[in-house]
Write a protein that binds this ligand. Structure first.
Ligand code: 5AD
Ligand code: SF4
Length: 446
């Protein structure tokens, strides 16, 4: 049965920053096709649910979202529904079987075909694409558009590490690095479109490797140094990194590249060598702590962030306490922590010793209390410093703006600097989640 081609759309992204990047690229693509961004999800003629599969009942959330959309539309024309992202990749044709309201299923490596899939769905044809083609989707995507002062740029995708708890190697495929020239072109386009900060993204971003314009093999630090030379760009960040890919030259870059911000997200996941081995992490606690020491030697003020999983199968109370000990040893500026969530198809899902929910709840609470305390401590320690803040958005009150410090803290300032302006600020107060800054007079030139 054919239906009108949608004229407006809404993209809702869940999960990681790479998904946020994909969501932005899908929106750019639909706009290039002549569609417009709907004022709200309720008014959109096409809704793209860009899903995440990493933990919890992510797939279930998608189905309840779809149910909600269908219910809301009752009586009027139901919007076209596309399921994109990692649930689309993992569940494929199962999605329209379970939720017949879904018109399109498109995986993370296939969304450059979204416009064709929309046309197919409008004609009443089956619209499912979860291929992982050898040719890059990036080549088929339109040029970057204005997206605000801080932009994401995916340079690497996929994962070959096969941590035993993780779905990413299955949903995002093998590790691939985008070519040098394509990345630099996209960075320049982003800067032309107003970006002042670029965050290089990858599931294992520091595994990026490629040949530069002279045919020399480069690592992520090579890319960072080239970006450092691009006029108009003020800040460079990268995420997420794996400890095993933290090369000497990348560590050194933290001490020498001016635009590289003093922030490193370097997940350790757990603090027991036995658990790390069962996770197939291929690093131990001691090597991780040495790495952190070397990074701090290169850049003493660097803010360290990480990810932690509590309740991995077989984790004992004593092993969990080793995680607390690592957290104490590192002292984080911020971190994410999660209860282990069994993912079908991963080795850990069928391991002995799955941990009871109440034990996981208790461990997560204790870990988060410690991490929150460290984050607040880090924030308090920056009070009294003078730093630059990149203004990103309006605050609640008139004239109030919110930006980011070099250490990725949210900083609230008054006096209405423009979005995209880099202002010099004295940090005057710290909360658990944000800072208050006073703009230094005469320091407003961007
Ligand atoms: N259960 C809980 N947390 C997970 N992560 C990845 N897979 C799982 C899982 N099965 C966490 C890891 C990773 C972050 C992105 O999500 O900490 O670094
Ligand atoms: Fe979620 Fe992983 Fe997919 Fe990102 S790559 S959306 S974290 S499952």
């Amino acid at each position: 049965m054919s239906r009108p081609t949608p004229k407006s759309f809404h993209v809702k992204s869940f999960g990681c920053q790479m998904n946020a990047y994909d969501g932005t690229r899908m929106a750019e693509l639909l706009e290039a096709e002549g569609m417009t961004v709907a004022d709200s999800a309720d008014e959109a003629e096409l809704i793209v649910l860009n899903t995440c599969h990493i933990r919890e009942k992510a797939a279930e959330k998608v189905y309840s979202d779809i149910g909600r959309i269908v219910k809301k539309a009752r009586g009027s024309q139901q919007p076209m529904i596309a399921v994109a992202g990692c649930v689309a990749q993992a569940e494929g044709a199962e999605i329209p079987r379970r939720a017949p309201a879904v018109d399109i299923v498109v995986g993370p490596q296939a969304y450059h075909n979204l416009a064709r899939l929309v046309a197919d769905a409008a004609e009443g044809r089956r619209a499912l694409d979860t291929d992982m083609p050898a040719a890059s989707k990036f080549d088929a995507l339109p040029k970057r558009r204005r997206q605000g002062p801080s932009a994401f740029l995916t340079v690497q995708e996929g994962c070959d590490k096969f941590c035993t708890y993780c779905v990413v190697p299955y949903t995002r495929g093998a590790e691939i690095s985008r070519p040098w020239a394509a990345i630099i072109d996209e960075a320049k386009a982003l800067i032309d479109a107003g970006a002042r900060e670029i965050t290089l993204l990858g599931q294992n971003v520091n595994a990026w490797t490629g040949e530069d314009d002279k045919g020399r093999l480069q690592g992520l630090d090579g890319l960072i140094r080239v970006l450092d030379g691009l006029p108009g760009l003020a800040r460079i960040r990268y995420t997420t990194s794996h400890p095993n890919d933290m090369s000497d030259s990348l560590i050194a870059a933290h001490g020498t590249v001016t635009k590289l911000m003093p922030f490193l997200h370097l997940p350790v996941q757990a603090g027991s060598d036995r658990v790390l081995k069962a996770m197939n992490r291929s690093h131990d606690v001691a090597s991780y702590l040495r790495l952190i020491e070397r990074v701090r030697a290169a850049r003493p003020d660097i803010a360290i962030s990480g990810d932690f999983i509590v309740g991995f199968p077989g984790e004992t109370e004593a092993e969990f306490e080793e995680t607390l000990a690592v957290v104490r040893a590192v002292n984080h500026a911020q971190a994410f922590s999660f209860k282990y969530s069994a993912r079908a198809g991963t080795p850990a899902a069928t391991m002995e010793g799955q941990i009871a929910a109440d034990v996981m709840d208790d461990r997560l609470q204790r870990l988060q209390a410690l991490l929150n305390e460290q984050q607040h401590g880090f924030n308090l320690a920056t009070v009294g410093t003078r730093c630059e803040v990149l203004i990103e958005r309006d605050g609640k009150r008139p004239g109030q703006r919110i930006g980011k410090s070099p250490w990725l803290q949210s900083v609230i300032v008054e006096d209405g600097p423009a979005i995209g302006e880099l202002v010099t600020v004295d940090i005057v107060a710290a909360g658990p989640n944000s800072m208050t800054g006073a703009i230094v007079a005469g320091q407003r030139a961007a």
